[in-house]
Design a protein around this ligand. Structure first.
Ligand SMILES: [Mn+2]
Length: 310
């Protein structure tokens, strides 16, 4: 329990460039604020590692980094489906007993340390469903992404508990959102994931990369978590009967990011951005008010350019 943290289990998120850094700082802040006994370690790509000033900012934030090598599928017909495949790297980090993947566009509103001890069958992962309501009617989303087929439509609106997945479940109930994933690193599972990435026929058409692959490789081997561990902001409208603000533990800002504008809307969905800006103001105060001039410089050079200032 060095530094008061339990080092056998970590939170982790992936950054491939500077653009989500404000998000990652806020995520880390909310983990600390909710009193987690576990540390956030940020996976960074080789490109990030080469960005000296960016790496100084992680150090100034007191956030350890884990450099991950490029992960991408073997080319098919000379083409590579480029995406966030490095999110698969934690399966290979067998020095940890458990890793909980979070997204840097999430904020933690209540202590979620129970995810580190939650029972998980050997060889399984846990995640919350993907919401397949497609409320914005995005044309590139699959045709069967409708509210009737959405896993959350079947959840218990009283308790928030997900409906167990069975053979009779609609196809979409087998889909998960990889914003929050509980996993136990294993060489065997890592190899299976990488093999599937290189050989599965669906890979060239995957829109959500790691997320789509996990749903295939862990089909019937993933435990659905209540929506509260990965509350996708549009669900506040499209699953308003399920959503209870006071129950949300992890709020996930999918689609447009809060840090892109301070002039967010006041509707049910966009008004959730206020929470992010409130936490951001706390982080800003810490850095800008710091007696450490280096920290002030890094704030100006690394954070300010990627977070809307008006
Ligand atoms: Mn996300």
């Amino acid at each position: 329990m060095e530094n008061g943290f339990d080092h056998t289990k970590i939170w982790s998120t992936l950054l491939t460039n500077r653009s989500y850094f404000g998000g990652a700082l806020v995520l880390n802040h909310t983990l600390r604020k909710t009193g987690s006994r576990y540390q956030l370690k940020i996976m960074v790509t080789r490109e990030v590692e080469a960005d000296t000033e960016f790496m100084e900012a992680f150090a100034a934030a007191g956030i350890p980094t884990i450099v991950v090598d490029k992960i991408e599928p073997a080319p098919r017909d000379g083409k590579v489906n480029k995406g966030t495949w490095e999110k698969l790297a934690p399966w290979g980090m067998t020095e940890y007993e458990r890793i909980v993947l979070l997204d840097s566009d999430q904020v933690v509103l209540q202590n979620i340390d129970d995810m580190m001890t939650m029972e998980l069958p050997r060889g399984w992962i846990a995640a919350a469903h993907a919401c397949t309501c497609n409320p914005r009617k995005l044309s590139h989303y699959p045709k069967d992404w409708t509210p009737e087929n959405c896993g959350f439509t079947a959840a218990d609106t009283q308790t928030g508990e997900p409906k167990p997945i069975t053979e009779a479940s609609p196809r979409n109930h087998h889909l998960l959102n990889s914003g929050t994933v509980i996993l136990e690193p294993s060489k065997e599972q890592y190899t299976a994931l990488i093999d599937a990435m290189n050989t599965h026929p669906d890979v060239p058409n995957m829109l959500f990369f790691d997320q789509d692959l996990l749903a295939i490789v862990y089909r019937n081997k993933w435990k659905p978590l209540p929506y509260t561990y990965n509350a996708l902001k549009p669900m506040r409208a499209c699953h308003s009967d399920l959503w209870k603000d006071e129950d949300v533990k992890v709020l996930h800002y999918i689609l447009n990011k809060p840090w892109k504008s301070r002039a967010y809307g006041d509707d049910v969905i966009e008004s959730t951005h206020k929470l992010w800006w409130d936490y951001y103001a706390e982080v800003e105060k810490e850095w800008v008010g710091s007696p450490d001039e280096n920290k002030q410089r890094l704030w100006k050079n690394v954070v300010v350019p990627v977070v809307s200032q008006e």
